[in-house]
Design a protein around this ligand. Structure first.
Ligand code: DAH
Length: 348
C-alpha cells in the first residue's frame, strides 16, 4: 500500500508540474480527488478492509488525499498569480501621463441674483411659485384688465402660438392671476414668481426676445402704497447696499391703480450723475402698484375686503446693474470663457 501511495503521489507531482492552464489542472484534480477520482476510490475502499488494515492504511490514504489536495490548491494559486501578473504586464497604467483637464463651470450670476431675491422674500413669508411659459391670452392679458383690442397689448410685442388664444407669456404677471384663482379668494397671498418671458424685441444689447422677470404679489387686508414701498426698499437695499434710496414715480399699468415706476438712487455716483443713471442720479428697476379692483374681482377676491400690491422687476436689468454688465445677451452665453468672467465680476 505504501508503494501504491508513493507512486500516486509521484504521478500527481509529475502531472501537475508543467500545467499552466487552470482548466487542465481542474480536470486533473477531478481525475484524482473528484468524487470518483483515483484517491477518492481508495478512501472508499477502506470500508471493505478489516479493522487492523484500516488502522494501518487509513491514515496513509487520508494523508495522501490531504497532501494531493494541497498540491492542487497551491498549483491553482500559482496559475492565478501568473495570470494576474501577465495581465498587469499587458495593461500597464502609465501614471506619468498627464490627466485630462475638465474645465470647471461657474454658476450663472443671473441665477444667483434671483436666488438672492428669493431667499430674502422667503424670509419675509413669501412663497416662490411657478407658472407656464406657454400661456393663455386669458391669464396673460384679459384677467389682468387688458381686454382684446386694448392698445396696451401692442406695447408687449407678443409671440402668438395658436390663433389669438395661446401665446408665450410676455410678462410674469399672469402668475398673479393663477395664484389668486388657486387661493379661491379666501386666503392672504404672498408670492414671488421669477421666470422667463418672451417678446418680439431684440433690437439692441439691452433687449432680448427672452428675458426674466421677478413678479411679486401680496394680498391681504388694508394694504397701502407704503407697504409696497417698504418691501421694495428692503429688496433694493439687499441687492445694492444700505445707502440706496427708493423713489416712486407715477406710471400706468392696466392691472394696478395707482401704478408706479420704481427708481433707485444711483449706486455708482450717488446722485451726482453718471453714465449708468444717464446723468439723472436715479435708475428705474421695476414697475409696481396697488392691485386694480377689477383684477382682484376677476381673480376671485372681493375688492371691498381685500387689497394688495404687485411688482415686476426685470431680472437681467438688476444683474446688469449689480455686476456692471452692458450686454444682456451674455447671460445666455454658454461660452465658458465668458461665463468665468462672472465669478471675477462678483468678487470685484
Ligand atoms: N408686467 C409688467 C411689465 O412687464 C411689469 C409690472 C408692472 C408688473 C407693475 C407688476 C406691476 O406686477 O404691478 O412691464
Amino acid at each position: 500500500m505504501q508503494e501504491k501511495v508513493d507512486s500516486i503521489k509521484k504521478e500527481v507531482l509529475e502531472a501537475i508540474d508543467g500545467i499552466c492552464d487552470s482548466k487542465v489542472l481542474y480536470d486533473l484534480r477531478v481525475k484524482y480527488i473528484g468524487k470518483k477520482g483515483i484517491i477518492s476510490e481508495l478512501v472508499s475502499s477502506l470500508g471493505s478492509l478489516t479493522i487492523e488494515e484500516k488502522k494501518q492504511y487509513g491514515s496513509l490514504i487520508n494523508n495522501l488525499k490531504q497532501e494531493v489536495t494541497k498540491l492542487f490548491d497551491d498549483k491553482n494559486k500559482e496559475i492565478e498569480l501568473n495570470l494576474l501578473n501577465e495581465k498587469l504586464k499587458n495593461e500597464k497604467i502609465d501614471i506619468s501621463l498627464p490627466s485630462i483637464q475638465i474645465p470647471i463651470g461657474s454658476p450663472n450670476i443671473l441665477e444667483k441674483l434671483i436666488e438672492e431675491v428669493e431667499e430674502l422674500l422667503m424670509s419675509m413669508g413669501y412663497d416662490v411659485v411657478d407658472g407656464p411659459e406657454v400661456e393663455e391670452d386669458k391669464f396673460n392679458f384679459e384677467m389682468l384688465n387688458i381686454p382684446k383690442g386694448h392698445p396696451a397689448r401692442d406695447a408687449q410685442d407678443t409671440f402668438y402660438i395658436k390663433g389669438e388664444e395661446i401665446l408665450l407669456r410676455s410678462q410674469t404677471s399672469p402668475v398673479q392671476v393663477r395664484t389668486m384663482i388657486e387661493n379661491k379668494g379666501e386666503k392672504p397671498i404672498r408670492m414671488i414668481c421669477p421666470g422667463k418671458t418672451y417678446r418680439r424685441d431684440d433690437d439692441d444689447a439691452t433687449h432680448s426676445h427672452q428675458f426674466m422677470q421677478i413678479e411679486g404679489l401680496l394680498i391681504d387686508k388694508d394694504i397701502s402704497l407704503s407697504d409696497l414701498k417698504g418691501t421694495i426698499d428692503v429688496i433694493v437695499k439687499k441687492l445694492f447696499g444700505e445707502s440706496i434710496e427708493t423713489r416712486f414715480r407715477p406710471s400706468y399699468y392696466q392691472f394696478t391703480e395707482p401704478s408706479v415706476e420704481v427708481d433707485i438712487s444711483c449706486f455708482n455716483c450717488h446722485g451726482k450723475g453718471c453714465n449708468i443713471c444717464k446723468q439723472s442720479g436715479w435708475i428705474t428697476v421695476a414697475g409696481a402698484g396697488i392691485v386694480h379692483p377689477n383684477v382682484l374681482k376677476m381673480g376671485g377676491y372681493d375688492p371691498k375686503v381685500w387689497s394688495g400690491f404687485a411688482f415686476g422687476f426685470g431680472a437681467e436689468r438688476l444683474a446688469m446693474l449689480k455686476y456692471g454688465i452692458n450686454d444682456l445677451r451674455v447671460f445666455y452665453n454658454t461660452d465658458l470663457r465668458e461665463v468665468a468672467t462672472f465669478d471675477r465680476k462678483e468678487s470685484d
